[in-house]
Design a protein around this ligand. Sequence first.
Ligand SMILES: Cc1cc2nc3c(=O)[nH]c(=O)nc-3n(C[C@H](O)[C@H](O)[C@H](O)COP(=O)(O)OP(=O)(O)OC[C@H]3O[C@@H](n4cnc5c(N)ncnc54)[C@H](O)[C@@H]3O)c2cc1C
Length: 495
Amino acid sequence: MNSIENHNSDVIIVGAGNAAFSAAVSAAEHGSKVLMLEKTEEKYMGGNSALTIHMRFAYNSFDDLLPLIKFPEKPNDLSSFEKKISLLKDIVTSYSELDYLNDINKVTENKSDKNLSKELVSNSLSTINWMNKLGHFWTPTFENPTSANVVSFDGKGYGLINRWKKIAIQKGVKIIYECPVIDLIEQNNQISGVVVNYKNQNIKLFAKSIILACGSFESNSEMRAKYLGENWRNIKLRGVPHNTGEGLEMAINHGAVPYDDWSTCHASPQDYNRPNFDLPGENKSGDYWSRYAYPFSILVNQEGSRFVDEGETWRGLTYAKTGKAILEQKNQVAYQLFDSKHRRAGVLDNYKNPTVIISNNLNDLANKIKIENINKFLFNIDNFNKNISSNFYNPNILDGKSISNITPSKSNWALELNEPPFEAFPVIAGMTFCYGGLKTSKDGEVLDKNGDIINGLYAVGEMLGGLWYKNYPSGGGMMAGAVFGKKAGEKASIK
Ligand SMILES: Cc1cc2nc3c(=O)[nH]c(=O)nc-3n(C[C@H](O)[C@H](O)[C@H](O)COP(=O)(O)OP(=O)(O)OC[C@H]3O[C@@H](n4cnc5c(N)ncnc54)[C@H](O)[C@@H]3O)c2cc1C
């Protein structure tokens, strides 16, 4: 008998990203013997979760954040760190559950499932505290203390995933790598196991509950073209190439119902020359290729025209829809334009070795980036420059420095583009993940077309549908994975 058949488990978890580990550790804490099955090699484990930075959660004051923060051990580093922390303490106020819900409703045009979003928000801080007790730490996001994401994972997503792995193993969870799940087993109206392809053999593994946490279909070009549209077939991934949608298909074949918007997804502005995908720990992953200074820029297409309100609000509430806007432009490319005032203001400090075209002259810059109608481009810039409100420019707050009598408007951070050198950063859309998933209960139990629970089957993380529509608040995906993963692990163990 192949050794993996000897794993006698109560709960099988499919995948080894954040949602999977949250479910696995929670199930183990509730007395289950847990087996995790991951498609990739161990060195590439962690899925998209390993490329992330933070979770968005509600907090009442800085006092809720302080216990999460890992302080440096070296005395020299400690004193400067403590000074920064005390400055931060003066700036950070609260991010209430209502603020969080309002942000979700605003960005999803009020279409986020009300029960799920309320569950996410009201369990966010308690789930963070659970993670903290398990051994997870955060670090302050000193760069942008006034946005909702004031702390990020210590060691980013890669650090988080490696901590999850250690915690899970300590709790007795077994993880098998290079073990893709290819089907579910159904017996007597109950999902009772999975079929894996392990070392070229199809093997059946049984358990009382199966928790699917194996991502959405963002890495599958056929499914992208089918559900999102032909434009998305050849898009570069901002994440891993492993989330190819078979988890969703398997569940649907066994009676699960697709839920909410399978035609929209998360895609963000990326460097024109970014690689086709990222792998945890390789490819300079994470946000190395992200080009997120666009709220401060003038963003134009190949024709030389603006096409979005670049400064609508905080970047974390607009970036996930900006990729699609770029994909819809001619040649599927856009150019973020800045001048020396932006450089001095520090808004480009996060761009490390970017693709950039520089010139002292706007006409020459337009020629270099092959703007099709240079006269129109120069007119657009001039018109923009002449219509800026007199508010004081401040990239650290929503400064209201706007243009309003031009379409599209720019609601914040409108600065004249008139002081050379001028810099143009070509950007493309990078696919992050798909918003469509499966219909579930608030505990991640998968529901059928009658709204009844499919016994033994759960779906969490990217696979849980209904939370996101057209757009998304940064940090919501990882938080949802942890909240619903934890709940599913507990429910699967108690049942
Ligand atoms: C570059 C980048 C940065 C991001 N930053 C953030 C952020 O800062 N905050 C935030 O909230 N969200 C962020 N996101 C989104 C976030 O990554 C996702 O919302 C979240 O990781 C989803 O977690 P998950 O556990 O569902 O999926 P994943 O972490 O992708 O895990 C899925 C796992 O399932 C495995 N798998 C797939 N198919 C199978 C199969 N058939 N059998 C077995 N295993 C399988 C995969 O290999 C993978 O390990 C970011 C995404 C990217 C790409």
